[in-house]
Design a protein around this ligand. Sequence first.
Ligand code: C2E
Ligand code: CA
Ligand code: CA
Ligand code: CA
Length: 274
Amino acid sequence: AKALGRNRFRFFSAGMQDLVRARMSIGTGLRAAIEGDRFRVVYQPQYRLEAGRLVGAEALVRWHDPELGDVPPSRFIPAAEEAGLIVSINDIVMAKVLAQIALWRMRGLEPPRISINVAAQQLREPGFVEQLCRRLDERAVPAGAICLELTEGTLLADIEGTARMFERLGRHGIAVSIDDFGTGYSSLSYLTRLPVHELKVDQSFVQGIASEAGKRSIIVAIVDMAHALGIEVLAEGIETESQLAFLRERRCEMGQGYLFHRPLGVDDFEKLMV
Ligand code: C2E
Ligand code: CA
Ligand code: CA
Ligand code: CA
């Protein structure tokens, strides 16, 4: 029994070490990636469901590390949040997207509105709005060319501050979208106090459309409530024609998902612009 106990302990501790090592190497790798400009941005097209017209794209970060290979965002974004590196990474993505939009415009292309993921933490940094406006000005990119995606949960800690921030963004013509809507806090009343332009229905609801009545009901409730408040709805993770049909019928305005396109590199995304 003693030997087993010891083995078990050793096994456990080896597992822990692996975990710690993996964490450390992601953290170290992320710092190197920030220094070495190793991030890339891909664009997932967004469509107006009624007309089938391209109206936007979400900018999504990609990281290729020489040692770790392609690390999925689901692994490194939480690690970056933990390591206090998420603001730096989002900032890099923001800079890349603004430079790309400026380049497209210089070449006479008309990119649709690009949605950029922003951390609530970032929004609370003093001078965030001013800095963003300055960056837009420097590149002659109009405010309407971008939209900021923020996840629900993090905003509610300071609802008054968030409302003030959204108002300021709105005055500058910068749209705000609430990301992964429905997965966070259950109180919806805060929406009446936030000047928001769009709700993004989380893909977990969309992917339950065929099999789960409860998820269908939630989508219907979200869409109706959003419309009552004058907010448009974008569904993410649309993979099938029947999901699309349901969302159209329920008057969800926009969507993105593998049914339309996976996230695309710049060259492929450009081909969709007229
Ligand atoms: P998210 O913001 O909810 O982004 C949507 C994710 O769903 C993307 O995964 C996208 O590739 C994936 N997706 C899109 N359509 C479909 C579909 O039809 N089916 C399925 N199964 N998945 C679909 P990705 O790129 O791996 O990103 C994962 C998460 O990482 C994102 O979830 C977002 O929370 C985070 N993330 C990605 N880029 C950034 C960034 O630049 N900054 C921050 N803060 N977070 C980011
Ligand atoms: Ca997002
Ligand atoms: Ca999302
Ligand atoms: Ca999501």
